[in-house]
Write a protein that binds this ligand. Structure first.
Ligand SMILES: [Zn+2]
Length: 122
């Protein structure tokens, strides 16, 4: 179905459940086409109990994962971060977050305006 990803790449780490929105993976597949190195998905869909186990209140950044609209891509260096974010913007992601180790991206939810945020956790 996708050239670069399997649906399982986005499954909940605790129970394997998966409710990832296909549009998220469609966009990531297009972003991957623009890059010469693989995008490594560190977190995709999460269930309620895993969200609790992450020991974080359920804010907007976890909400995207709970709804299957978000994922976190591993990224630890500045140059890759630049290339990944450029690719994400190019394929139309409008909700992007960055932390030291991850880039978070999610597909649109009309309730949230275009945003670029800083992740303190993860
Ligand atoms: Zn789970």
């Amino acid at each position: 179905m996708w050239k670069h990803f399997k649906y399982e790449d986005f499954a909940c780490p605790c129970c394997g459940r998966n409710n990832t929105h296909p549009e998220l993976i469609n966009k990531l597949d297009k972003a991957q086409e623009l890059l010469k190195f693989p995008l490594v998905i560190k977190l995709g869909y999460i269930c309620e109990s895993y969200a609790k186990r992450l020991n974080s209140f359920i804010d907007l950044k976890l909400k995207g994962h709970l709804e299957g609209r978000a994922c976190k891509i591993a990224c630890i260096d500045n140059f890759s971060r630049f290339l990944i974010i450029s690719a994400l913007l190019e394929v139309g992601f409008e909700h992007i977050g960055v932390s030291e180790k991850f880039i978070h991206c999610e597909i649109s939810n009309e309730k949230i305006p275009k945003s670029f945020w800083i992740l303190d956790r993860f």
